[in-house]
Design a protein around this ligand. Structure first.
Ligand code: X2X
Length: 349
């Protein structure tokens, strides 16, 4: 059985997986380096996410004089596009490194659903209050405990709702619309609470489903919208509701990490932090402060972009409150309360 079919066999398979990976662990004694390390992302260098991974790869290659040579595998191709299995694959050593979304890892690390609680973060300052403060440190510890080595934060971005049928201003406008949603079940709950008809599928499957009209809408940051040319997949209406933003996390498989010298680990960590900072700036370009040029760019594609008033946003927030409350239990009541307090005390720019 090859690694991919082992992965596909699920739980039973993962028990079988332990043996070969113990061997891998032993083969990776400190100082014994692989010729190439495999880094997973969902999207490539046309997107801020993939650019961030590329920056990390290049900084590490330069600063280790090529001792650590990393190749990017966008499209989560190491696990056949199945992005919700990425975290398990990193843990198991099928993937050496990744820049991954909290959404895709939430099925394995339930606390990561914190970031998918609708209308929690509110804006960039709120998101920073979560990732750059005490909550961010707690989340990093949880990820570490779950079996991979987390090094830095990045950002996919605020996920705006788009569709082919009509302008969305109120929850009633979403009634009956078929949406592709990402792989964590909280998204199904949120879209169901809004009266829509959600279907979970991978990003790879989303694009053909939008093209054929099997689904009518989706939610993703505007940088994903433009780079993936979603206007060519009939997405003519965008509503900036800013309900959820998914951070990215730069991580390394634990055995791989342990195989590097302490000096090289420090190089990789610092490079991740710097790449993360640069990536966040790229992800926010045209979407913050006085620079709203990304919105203009989307409008120039013939797309109607709708901004919501505070009262209009509130109607969505009220409609999904039961989902927020249900998932607060999953994430942990104390952590959610702390997160809400951190957002309330955020420094507004
Ligand atoms: O699948 C998505 O929508 C994407 C690309 O944003 C993620 O991987 C979370």
């Amino acid at each position: 059985m090859d690694r991919r079919s082992l992965l596909k066999t699920g739980l039973a398979g993962s028990a079988t997986l332990t043996a070969p990976f113990l061997l891998t662990g032993r083969a990776l004694a400190q100082g014994s380096y692989k010729a190439e390390y495999r880094l997973s992302t969902v999207v490539g260098t046309a997107f801020p996410w993939g650019k961030g991974a590329e920056i990390w790869i290049n900084l590490v290659r330069e600063r280790t004089q090529g001792r650590i040579n990393i190749k990017m595998y966008p499209g989560v191709s190491l696990i056949n596009g199945d992005q919700t299995r990425e975290f398990s694959a990193i843990r198991q050593g099928v993937i050496d490194m990744a820049v991954g979304s909290t959404i895709n890892w939430s099925p394995q690390v339930r606390q990561l659903n914190l970031f998918s609680l609708p209308f929690l973060a509110q804006d960039h300052a709120g998101l920073d209050a979560l990732t750059q403060g005490k909550i961010g440190q707690q989340i990093m510890q949880i990820v570490e405990k779950a079996g991979v080595v987390p090094l830095a934060w990045g950002e996919n971005g605020f996920r705006e709702v788009t569709n082919s049928k009509r302008e969305i201003r109120t929850p009633a406008d979403m009634k009956g619309l078929k949406f592709r949603v990402v792989g964590s079940p909280i998204f199904n709950d949120t879209f169901t609470a809004l009266g829509a008809n959600p279907t979970q599928m991978s990003w790879a499957d989303a694009q053909p489903a939008l093209a054929s009209g099997a689904v009518e809408g989706q939610e993703n940051p505007l940088h994903i919208f433009t780079a993936a040319k979603l206007h060519t997949l009939s997405q003519k209406f965008v509503t900036r509701w800013g309900y959820v933003a998914d951070p990215l996390i730069f991580v390394v498989n634990r055995d791989v990490w342990n195989s590097w010298t302490p000096a090289d680990r420090e190089i990789v960590r610092q490079a991740a932090v710097q790449a993360g900072q640069q990536e966040i700036a790229i992800a926010r370009k045209g979407l913050s402060g006085n620079d709203q040029s990304m919105v203009k760019e989307v409008e120039a594609l013939g797309v109607k972009v709708t901004e919501l008033s505070a009262a209009e946003k509130d109607a969505f927030k009220q409609a999904v409150k039961p989902v927020f409350d249900k998932w607060t239990q999953q994430v942990g009541v104390e952590m959610v309360r702390e997160a809400q307090a951190a957002v309330a005390n955020r420094k507004r720019g």
